[in-house]
Design a protein around this ligand. Structure first.
Ligand code: IPE
Ligand code: IPE
Ligand code: MG
Length: 236
């Protein structure tokens, strides 16, 4: 079982279009899929779930869709926070908060504060997040801490990345059929196992999650080394 699962929740717009509905309906259905998935991961004992909800690049979508997504944050925190909090879920947000309105930042802060002491699954929502932004802000903060250039190593950068509290993701799932990272956890996914499915995010459920977990269980994670299997030693 992976300790840390990351998900690029893609395909909301197409899910809605196929039903002749506005894209916003797809995002709404996507929230239900997220709540289901958080609970399913918690039941399976996964410690960290990190989901890509809104990318640095998503700001370039039509204003109507962006403002719809911002409203969805407010209603989602209002509707689902208590339920998730009661299940021991700890919520954290990563991303560029300076681009986000005060109202939305307040809602995220409320979610973080209300779940601060929870001991169950850590749900990280990447919002206004980009992997390149993350590396840049980490370097900036490292420099601000007074580090000398010769001491700026991988560990120093990793300490300042926004997910520094979590191990690197073991498994990255992308729904919606595209096979790309779209500027998600660039640094942290150096050795993450990738799993792509055509399932559109609003259709994602426990069966789909278990398919991804089963695929993960079959992977041979070598991290650049030679394993017994490569060396011809039979598995016992
Ligand atoms: C993912 O679904 C949600 C966000 C990026 C906010 P999309 O909105 O990208 O859905 P598709 O890919 O257009 O179907
Ligand atoms: C990635 O999906 C971002 C999120 C799921 C939040 P996009 O739909 O924005 O990615 P591209 O444009 O297909 O690469
Ligand atoms: Mg998309």
């Amino acid at each position: 079982m992976p300790r840390h699962v990351a998900i690029i929740m893609d395909g909301n717009g197409r899910w809605a279009s196929r039903r002749l509905m506005p894209r916003g309906m797809g995002h709404r259905a996507g929230v239900d899929a997220l709540v289901r998935t958080v609970q399913a991961c918690a039941r399976r004992g996964i410690a960290y779930l990190t989901v890509f909800a809104f990318s640095s690049e998503n700001w370039q979508r039509p204003q109507e869709e962006v403002s719809g997504l911002m409203s969805l944050v407010l209603s989602t925190v209002g509707r689902h926070l208590e339920e998730l909090a009661s299940k021991g879920v700890r919520v954290r947000i990563i991303g560029d908060r300076s681009a986000v309105s005060d109202k939305v930042n307040q809602a995220w802060l409320q979610a973080e504060e209300a779940t601060r002491h929870n001991q169950g699954l850590t749900l990280t929502v990447a919002f206004s997040y980009g992997g390149r932004w993350d590396v840049v802000q980490a370097c900036r903060r490292a420099l601000e801490s007074g580090i000398r250039p010769q001491d700026l190593d991988e560990a120093a950068i990793a300490r300042h990345l926004s997910l520094s509290y979590a191990p690197d993701p073991d498994l990255l799932i992308r729904t919606g059929g595209e096979m790309r990272i779209s500027n998600f956890l660039l640094w942290q996914s150096a050795y993450t196992e990738l799993y792509f499915t055509d399932c559109l995010w609003p259709d994602f459920n426990e069966v789909e999650l278990d398919r991804a977990l089963q695929s993960y269980a079959r992977r041979d994670r070598r991290f650049g080394r030679v394993t017994d299997a490569d060396a011809g030693v039979p598995k016992v």
